[in-house]
Design a protein around this ligand. Structure first.
Ligand code: PGA
Length: 253
């Protein structure tokens, strides 16, 4: 049985004061979260602060990005080892905003996954199709390309550190969510791709849904058999909404 995971992607939002308030309110209810895993992905500069605030709370703190390079003359970049050094345990790779706005293609995505896994960070690999690709019936082709690029390059041991997040680009930050059936269909397809590599890995690998998950739709989406939780953007900035989504994951477990 896979444990559900609810991950909050704060994107370029937050501050030290925000973390302080968020943690206080979140921790007031933290006792309830033993049946599911929770992770938060603040901006890199706030990781240290978040790690301190959430120390021994069971909440995993992760980064939204990592350099594909190990160290050296890469102005502005942050390496996987540096993230690990500040009590960061996980990283998002391949988010559609990084792919679309920062030109990260499948090669860069794979290099970043490798850099993270090499130092022992867990990875949430984000994949998803645009609206045009969905309307052109290219969902499976796009998802398959994005996933296989990583799947075929890594060993089973390396892949045990990877969680996949299916995030249809048209649903991110738009208020438009995939229906639970649409999500389940793609999640089952993804699990099938992983099963082609290894059956045991496919039954263990968590596949999260992301894209306008809110308190009023989370439980239904999380109840689908191949949906193992969510990657939450906007609603993770409102602690009451985030707590409610975590509760939905518990109910759907
Ligand atoms: P959203 O973002 O929940 O605001 O749609 C999800 C994401 O980008 O991970």
């Amino acid at each position: 049985m896979r444990r559900k995971l609810v991950a909050g992607n704060w994107k370029m939002n937050g501050s030290k004061a925000f973390i302080n308030d968020f943690q206080k309110e979140f921790s007031a209810t933290v006792g309830e979260f033993s049946q599911v895993d929770v992770a938060l992905f603040p901006p890199s500069l706030l990781i240290c602060d978040a790690a301190k605030h959430f120390a021994s709370s069971g909440v995993v703190i992760g980064a939204q990005n990592v350099s594909q390079f190990e160290n050296g003359a890469y102005t502005g970049e942050i390496s996987a080892a540096m993230l690990l050094d500040v009590a960061c345990d996980a990283v998002l790779v391949g988010h559609s905003e990084r792919r679309a706005l920062f030109g990260e293609d499948d090669c860069v995505v794979l290099s970043k996954v490798r850099a993270a896994i090499d130092v022992g960070l867990a990875v949430i690999l984000c994949v998803g199709e645009t609206l045009l690709e969905r309307e052109s019936a290219l969902v499976e082709e796009v998802i398959s390309r994005q996933i296989k690029f990583v799947l075929n390059a890594l060993t089973l041991d390396e892949l045990s550190k990877v969680t996949i997040a299916y995030e249809p680009v048209w649903a991110i930050g738009t208020g438009e969510t995939a229906t639970p059936e649409q999500a389940q269909q793609v999640h089952a397809f993804i699990r099938g791709l992983v099963a082609e590599k290894d059956q045991a890995l496919s039954s263990k690998m968590r596949i999260l849904y992301g894209g306008s998950v809110k308190p009023d739709n989370a439980e239904e989406i999380f109840s689908k058999p191949d949906v193992d939780g969510g990657l939450i953007g906007g609603a993770s900035l409102l602690v009451a909404d985030f707590v409610s989504i975590v509760r939905s994951a518990i109910k759907a477990s």
